[in-house]
Ligand binder design. Sequence first.
Ligand code: ADP
Length: 170
Amino acid sequence: MPKVAIYPGSFDPVTNGHLDIVERGLKIFDKIIVAILYNPNKEYLFGLEERLEMLKDCLKKFKGVEIDSFDGLLVNYAAQRKAHAILRGLRAMSDFEYEFQMALMNRRLNREVQTVFLMTGLRWIFTSSSIIKEAIQFGGNIDGMVPDLVQAKLVQKFDLDTGSGQTGKN
Ligand code: ADP
């Protein structure tokens, strides 16, 4: 039976840290479903379609990767997709408590689904979607932290080139 994992997240936007987790996860799993969790109560910089598009573009070179989105309970989605694992990345201790709680809750909800953590690549330890968004909107240099096409989208989103500002934040 193929080993299938779900890699859930907001991916708002996808970073090189996320891509590193997928690439290394493919050494363990036959297939990884990168799934955007859609939470209607959360505010995102990029719409769901934009995030799906960026993930598709950035991950098209990898065999065994599928991009999808879901709402509701992650363990239900995993069961529906016949996945036996949830893949998550860990950066610093600050990630640990939340991830630990979530993994235990998910195990309580469905004991057939195992959560697997991959340690971040050292290069990506300070890379997070939120830090990147904060840095770039105030003119910070984010070279090498996200794929080029994501960087271009961020520049466009914050209208850093033209100064007309879609988000009104700069
Ligand atoms: P969420 O809103 O679920 O935290 P994210 O898109 O921020 O979604 O992250 C998805 C997953 O990727 C999480 O497990 C997160 O810890 C992991 N992750 C994010 N950035 C990195 C990174 N630089 N290195 C390793 N893992 C990361």
